[in-house]
Design a protein around this ligand. Structure first.
Ligand code: BG6
Length: 475
């Protein structure tokens, strides 16, 4: 099998990481607006209010809100066929529970989508990429409350109706799988997904299981609704998945690794098999966790199955095992893998893991897969003449694309496209830094707040342009 002629080459961005303009044109405060800048050694701080002398990177982002035309023009110059972007819920419904949407917010996304279409770039719209109006957390308890599912569906309906003739690809959620009752989650993971700090949750296992269930249900209901509004919609959900390897070949270690990796799949099982997995409900029951599955829920699971699976891939991990004294990764947990190098932020670099994961997922579900994120966060250095020679980024992407091609051409995985994460430098989700750059395009913005936001093409810009022009032949 070859890469499709209409292979969706492009990139992915998220509203809170690039737009800025956090409190203009009717936008309400959203969960990420309360998270300060951090670094690889200092976790981002989550504050209850906006504190005057603290830096909140989402407030300014990379000023995509006013510069989107220039940015989309640069994406078009690289030959992008698709751009995955998210719509910030708090721009459309500032508090989240209103009946009537904020027209200025809708108009902004309408203009962005029209600009993409002008350059023949397919918009792939994510409906929830960590952008929940904070009011829904304070007044309703976020995704622990089923009412929030209804507010989310109302938000989806408004967008489906407004953009039904201009948008075909929709993503219901980004990485809901990071909510996991069995993982010792750091505050940032539960917060970015649900606006709640892990350390402050009272009944952790029950709360996280409820959130995971309600979000899965919300995704299925949104898919059902989307298909009703336009049967041609291609509805997907994005998962951030790492293959989890055993530390050695002892069967106990292998079993343990399987169990750790499998935890990330129960929601995909629900969304592909049309029923919330019985094994998960039994597991919950054994742990004293209560989940009510109503008749209406069952109907939604049956009717709301996915058209494609979105996959965010950055690296792999090694399962933790009691008694092993190998070094642990700070952010994600898991043991160090002596066979792999790491980025400066401690993320493993494992191109073969991408081929493995594509095969694993495709054979499990048989649905088309879209690579919705992949990339290297690195510190770029501006040469005296202002150029940026980011060979390390080219090398990372090339190695991953080689493995993606093997998965498609040799293993026959049906892959719809490759959307590189952060084609333009943007705010890091986990650390809030600008220093951790992913882009083909450099943005003059720094963590001390300085910079005039001007854009500069890096060496990787021309490289990706050639990759796309050759449909992946020239790597
Ligand atoms: C993904 C998220 O998990 O990882 C993105 O969907 C995020 O929002 C990306 O930016 C990379 O993480 P980071 O922390 O390097 O920005």
């Amino acid at each position: 099998m070859q890469l499709r002629d209409n292979f969706l080459w492009g990139g992915s961005i998220a509203a809170h990481q690039c737009e800025g303009a956090w409190n203009v044109s009717g936008k309400g405060p959203a969960i990420m607006d309360f998270v300060t800048v951090g670094s690889v050694d200092h976790p981002r701080e989550i504050t209850k209010t906006i504190e005057p002398h603290k830096m909140y990177p989402s407030h300014t982002g990379i000023d995509f809100y006013s510069r989107y035309e220039e940015d989309i023009q640069l994406f078009a110059e690289m030959g992008f066929k698709a751009l995955r972007l998210s719509i910030d819920w708090s721009r459309i419904f500032p508090k989240g529970d209103e009946e009537t949407p904020n027209e200025e917010g809708l108009q902004f996304y309408s203009d962005v989508i029209d600009t993409l279409l002008k350059y023949q770039i397919e918009p792939i719209v994510t409906l929830y990429h960590f952008e929940m109006p904070i009011h829904l957390v304070h007044a309703y308890g976020s995704w622990t409350n089923r009412k929030v599912i209804d507010f989310y569906l109302h938000f989806c309906e408004v967008l489906f109706e407004r953009f039904k003739d201009r948008v075909t690809y929709w993503v219901t959620f980004n990485e809901m799988n990071h909510i996991d009752p069995q993982t010792e989650a750091t505050d940032i993971f539960t917060y970015i997904i649900a606006g709640l700090k892990f350390s402050e949750l009272e009944n952790k296992a029950q709360t996280l299981a409820t959130i995971g269930y309600n979000m899965t249900l919300a995704s299925c209901k949104a898919i059902e609704l989307g298909h009703k509004i336009n049967p041609h919609f291609k509805m997907g959900c994005v998962f951030g998945i790492e293959p989890v390897y055993p530390y050695n070949c002892s069967p106990d270690y292998v079993m343990n690794a399987f169990q750790q990796m499998d935890r990330d799949f129960y929601q995909i099982d629900a969304m592909c098999h049309g029923t919330f997995p019985q094994y998960k409900l039994a597991e919950y029951q054994a742990q004293g966790i209560e989940i009510e599955v109503t008749t209406e829920d069952r109907q939604a699971f049956t009717n709301g199955t996915l058209d494609f699976i979105g996959m965010n891939y950055y690296g792999s991990s090694v399962a933790e095992f009691e008694g092993t004294d190998a070094e642990k990764s700070k952010l994600f947990g898991g043991l160090a893998n002596p066979y792999l190098e790491k980025s400066n932020w401690g993320w493993t670099i494992d191109p073969v893991g991408l081929r493995y994961l594509l095969n694993y997922t495709y054979r499990k579900y048989g649905l088309p897969i879209m690579i919705t994120e992949n990339g290297l966060g690195a510190e770029d250095v501006l040469a005296e003449d202002g150029s940026i020679q980011d060979d390390y980024r080219i090398d990372y992407l090339r190695q991953h694309l080689i493995q993606m091609k093997k998965a498609i051409e040799e293993d026959h995985v049906d892959c719809l496209g490759y959307l590189m994460w952060g084609p333009i430098d943007l705010v890091s989700a986990t650390t809030g830094e600008m220093k951790k750059r992913y882009g083909f395009i450099h943005v003059d913005k720094y963590d001390d707040g300085s910079g005039d936001y001007h854009r500069t093409k890096k060496a990787s810009f021309n490289w990706y342009q050639e990759v796309i022009a050759s449909n992946g032949k020239c790597l």
